[in-house]
Design a protein around this ligand. Sequence first.
Ligand code: ADE
Length: 418
Amino acid sequence: MKYDVKDIKLAKKGKLRIEWAGNNMPVLNLIRSNFQRTKPLKNVNISCCLHVTTETANLMLTLKSAGANVLLCASNPLSTQDDVAASLVKDYGIATFAVKGEDEKRYYRHINSVLDAEPNITMDDGADLVSVIHKQRKNLVKNIYAGTEETTTGVIRLRSLEHNNLLLFPIIAVNDAKTKHFFDNRYGTGQSTIDGIIRATNKLLAGCVFVVCGYGWCGRGIAQRAEGSGANVIVTEIDPLKALEAVMDGYRVMPLKNAARIGDVFVTATGDTTVIAKEHFGLMKDGAILANAGHFNVEIDIKAIKSMSVKSRLIRECNHEYTLRNKRRIYVLGEGRLINLASAEGHPASVMDMSFADQALCAEYIVKNKNKLENMVYKVPTEIDEKVALLKLNSMGIKTDILTQEQKKYLSSWEAGT
Ligand code: ADE
């Protein structure tokens, strides 16, 4: 079996951590035991480009138990947990190509390695895998039934391919499932982003001015958790509706140029490029801390900071100090890459449980429906979303009320009124 990991001797630690995460993934575990019996992915080649974490490892084991031939590479050069990659290879025989800190050349070599398996299903987080197929390896398309996409940024890229009539195979937008983005993007990003910032700085958030750029599901989660830590939260937005929501959720909203002068910590979660830019750095206070929670490392213009700096050094792990010409120091965490995965461990297992249950069930759905799907971006079927929500509630021992016949009739009638 081919693979590329940092150090196979790290496997022992990785195996224990994979088991620990699995303890908090009851829905995925249930799906795994069903898959073990029914083998819905027998002999299906699945090429995955995901963050190589303990949670992802549990998804890989689930797909393998369903009979799939699974290969995994990293979806971000800094998010790989090297012990997990080693254990996947050594303990579970899953071809893994991922090394934390890999350069761009190795990153793309790894993507090409998982594609060499000629996938029937692609599983992507950010759409780099699908992008390589569309740009360089179109010959693979004939074998592909469909792909899944894990994150908002990836879905945006894939919808762009679809709208330009360039999408070469069907995609299921797992990100857009309610059991995914309402929970993973909000509570997962909320907690793990704060975790990443604290690990890189050990900064007390209570009493500091915390600026969140972007009030999508991720931005909301970050703002909520920062507020819960005692920070004074400012939101910046370009969308009037989201800005209004942020105001009514109790946050100050203002242009980033104004926030730049007063913020202690800045976090981007917009999915767009050059959000914190040259015009902002010169306005910032000495000691300002900058981090990104969006998928790509384009939201903070690090090139501009470098060009404005007279000195830079790594002051702590995942924490670069830049001294500007005006003598003020700015701290950039995790090289502007996803801070929750670069400096912490990503979202906790119990929230990835739902996202990866969606992924596993969508893979099964693709095999069952492979001849019916067209080259478009599909929503996750409602039955899957509802099933995952119900299984999660069951796993928590929580029951809900059930509509009576009278209530069902009332809801489906139009005659009843005043
Ligand atoms: N994305 C965010 N957190 C993650 C995690 N723990 N595992 C895989 N992908 C993630």
